[in-house]
Design a protein around this ligand. Structure first.
Ligand code: MRU
Length: 368
């Protein structure tokens, strides 16, 4: 997408043809800096320390992590070690496992001398496929926004609430939840986004607001607790969120706090949509609450806040009393019954086992 008029992606192959460039998302929104990954350890660190984050981008980075590992050692043992190290970086987003399986599938039966080239080809395809999928999600989700726009008074924007960052920074480009939003904006539809700040890491305040602003999309950052109030007052037309894993039965795991937005949306008859690329579907499980591992992260993310000082420096301050215990659950599960629809690359479908199996028979069948 555009950053001040210039096209940018979240991950790319450097001109040397083998090292991998990323945006260091820990520095946003205050500094746009990039990092270069040159080995497996760099890729694993970028994922676990959240220089890159967001389900599709975690998968794409892991794919390139396999390439970097194979450059150093193309043996079966090294492939297994690399996949195990990458898989251990973050537990919840299923795109990580999906991408590693894809890489192993193309590499395993190749001669050692071919493996690096084959791996780089598949990693590049995974990135291009992500963009194509997200573009289709945008096209399929656009009519939902257009339908609301038709009911509006002239000049009144369609108000969409989103949670966390399911934008192009969470993917390779375009984003998932943001795909219909960018398309609507680019088509000239008046649209305005309420971006939940998304404590504790503030991906909404720092990343969603940054990318929407850089692309010129009208938006307002709100504290996480504000959405229900806005919905009660008719100020939200649609909720569109992303997801890190969807079960075969349509339960949706997403950044912590998503479930509360779904409850508020249901209570106020606000449609609650989830945008998802098919690699985010985990057809091997059905019960999101029981079967999805919920990442628990360090206490510091809750106990501190980091931001820019009036002098322009970056500072971290503690906001919790010394000694107070802290819990930091990264994700929650919204049951399928609270989801109005899933916006996929193959259309908008019900959050149900039958609709998912009908839309993605090859994936559903393979998991049986
Ligand atoms: O912890 P993160 O930042 O990797 O969490 C992922 C997310 O940004 C969200 O949960 C997002 O809505 C789904 S990823 C498109």
């Amino acid at each position: 997408m555009k950053v001040d008029g210039k096209s940018m992606r979240s991950i790319w192959l450097e001109p040397d043809g083998w090292s991998v460039g990323i945006i260091d998302q820990t520095a946003l929104p205050h500094r746009l800096t990039t990092a270069r990954l040159i080995n497996l350890e760099d890729a694993a660190h970028a994922i676990s320390a959240m220089l890159v984050r967001g389900a599709p981008l975690i998968g794409a980075t892991a794919a390139y992590g396999v390439c970097l590992a194979l450059r150093a050692d193309a043996s079966d043992e090294a492939l297994d070690r690399a996949c195990a190290a990458l898989l251990a970086t973050r537990p919840t987003a299923i795109n990580l496992k999906w991408a590693l399986n894809e890489m192993v599938a193309v590499v395993r039966n190749r001669a050692r001398g071919e493996r690096v080239a084959v791996a780089y080809r598949r990693a590049a395809e995974i990135c291009e496929q992500d963009i194509a999928i997200n573009t289709a999600i945008g096209q399929n989700g656009l009519p939902l926004i257009e339908a609301v726009a038709r009911r509006k008074q002239p000049g009144q924007p369609v108000n969409v609430l989103t949670h966390c960052n399911a934008g192009w920074l969470a993917a390779v480009d375009v984003g998932t939840a943001t795909a219909p939003i960018y398309l609507a904006h680019d088509k000239g539809i008046a649209i305005h986004i309420f971006a939940d700040e998304t404590r504790p890491r503030n991906q909404g305040a720092s990343l969603t607001a940054w990318e929407l602003g850089r692309h010129g999309v009208a938006h307002t950052v709100i504290a996480d607790n504000t959405g229900g109030h806005l919905m009660q007052h008719g100020l939200v037309d649609l909720v569109i969120v992303g997801t890190d894993r969807v079960t075969a039965a349509g339960d949706v795991c997403n950044k912590i706090g998503t479930y509360l937005k779904a409850l508020a949306a249901r209570d106020n008859n606000v449609p609650f949509y989830v945008a998802l690329p098919s690699p985010t579907i985990d057809f091997s499980i059905s019960d999101g609450l029981a079967e999805i591992p919920i990442e628990q992260r360090g206490a510091d993310e809750v106990a501190t806040m980091t931001g820019r000082t009036p002098q322009g420096g970056i500072a971290t301050v503690r906001i919790v009393p010394d000694g107070s215990p802290v819990a930091n659950y990264g994700f929650d599960v919204t049951p399928a019954r609270l989801v109005t629809g899933l916006i996929t690359e193959r259309g908008v479908i019900a959050a149900s086992r039958s609709a998912l199996a009908r839309a993605f028979p090859e994936r559903a069948g393979a998991a049986e």
